[in-house]
Structures are given as structure tokens and as C-alpha cells.
Design a protein around this ligand. Structure first.
Ligand SMILES: Cc1cc2nc3c(=O)[nH]c(=O)nc-3n(C[C@H](O)[C@H](O)[C@H](O)COP(=O)(O)O)c2cc1C
Length: 180
């Protein structure tokens, strides 16, 4: 069983990448394909560019990686209450090839922030746009004050409530995959 996991961030130090990877690896026996949005960098989407040059190959490559997955684990970085520009640009291009970017895969949506807000605004936005993007969201969990709950150097989660909710979400995904 293959899980595609990624942070909706292009930061090399991404805390959301750590969370997505940790969570996907909680599923026993899963082969985790950890995507890096930097591998799908494209010019800023514009309808003029699309008309003149068509779709960059990276848009199709992203959709193909999702197509190969049995499930998705996405962790959202919050930039000014919204998606990171890198993520938004990628899904805008991909959605021009296929509106249902997430291809009805069972999906965990996560969000981590360094502060008390826990990137909850972007997570709400992601959940709201999920149906039109073809995401079958099983659970959505925000982790506030991420560094208080996760040891980034050791990739180890704490025992507190936010990470317990992440583990519960992973169990939900595991059960859904077993039942499929
Ligand atoms: C341009 C920019 C805007 C940000 N806006 C917010 C914000 O609105 N809310 C928030 O909680 N954190 C905000 N942050 C802090 C991010 O949550 C923080 O950088 C986090 O580590 C991003 O996730 P990542 O490490 O996975 O990229 C912002 C950071 C940047 C660089």
C-alpha cells in the first residue's frame, strides 16, 4: 500500500514536512512516497501562459504521483492565513489538467504552526476546498506550538493531546485502508 505524503510548503526546514512524514509512517506496512514541492516548481500560473505555452510537465507529474497512491497525507503551512504560494501555484496548474486534483483518495489533512494558532486557518480553507478538489477527507488535525509537541532533531512526537489526535487520525486511515 502506497501513501503519498507532502507538506504544502517549499521550505527545506518545513515542520509540516516532518509532520506529514511522521504521520504517514505510522501506518504499518505502508510504502511512503514523500513529495517535495520544490520538485514541482513552475512559473506562476496565468491563463495567458497556459494559452501560449501549455501546461508545464511538473503539473502532470504531480497528478501521476497522486494517482499511484492509495491514500494521501498532506500537512499545510499557513502563510498569512492562507496556503503557501508554492502549494497554491502547484494545485492551480494541476487543476487545469484535472479539476479533481486529489482523485478521491482517502486523505488526512494536517497543519502545524509554531504558534498557538496551529495553522488552523489554512486547514479550514483546505477542508472547505476539499470537495471541489476531489479530496476524500477522513480527518483534519491542527497541531499548535509544534516544536513543543515534536522533537524535530529526533523525529519523535510527544505524548500530549495534539499528537494523540494525529495518531488517532492515522489509525482512522489505517482502518479505512484495511476495509477497502
Ligand atoms: C510569509 C509567511 C507568512 C506566515 N503567516 C503565518 C500565519 O498567517 N499564521 C501562522 O500561524 N504562521 C504564519 N507563518 C509562520 C509559519 O507558520 C511558519 O513559518 C511555519 O514553519 C510554516 O510551515 P513550514 O515550516 O512547514 O513551511 C508565516 C510564515 C511566512 C514565511
Amino acid at each position: 500500500m502506497k501513501i503519498v505524503a507532502f507538506a504544502a510548503s517549499n521550505s527545506s526546514q518545513s515542520i509540516n514536512r516532518a509532520l506529514a512524514s511522521y504521520t504517514a509512517h505510522l501506518i504499518p506496512g505502508a510504502e511512503v512516497d514523500l513529495l517535495d514541492l520544490n520538485d514541482f516548481e513552475m512559473p506562476i500560473f496565468s491563463e495567458d501562459r497556459e494559452r501560449e505555452h501549455g501546461h508545464p510537465p511538473a503539473a502532470g507529474a504531480f497528478l501521476a504521483r497522486i494517482a499511484a497512491a492509495d491514500a494521501l497525507v498532506i500537512s499545510y503551512a499557513e502563510h498569512n492565513g492562507s496556503f503557501s504560494a508554492a502549494y497554491k501555484n502547484l494545485v492551480d496548474w494541476a487543476s487545469r489538467l484535472s479539476r479533481k486534483v486529489f482523485q478521491h483518495k482517502p486523505t488526512l489533512m494536517l497543519a502545524a504552526g509554531p504558534g498557538a494558532g496551529g495553522a488552523a486557518s489554512v486547514l479550514a480553507l483546505a477542508e472547505r476546498s476539499a470537495p471541489s478538489m476531489g479530496a476524500n477527507v477522513l480527518a483534519a488535525v491542527s497541531v499548535p506550538s509544534f516544536q513543543d509537541h515534536f522533537d524535530l532533531a529526533r523525529c519523535q512526537a510527544g505524548e500530549g493531546e495534539p499528537m494523540a489526535r494525529v495518531r488517532a487520525a492515522a489509525s482512522e486511515l489505517q482502518a479505512a485502508l484495511a476495509a477497502a
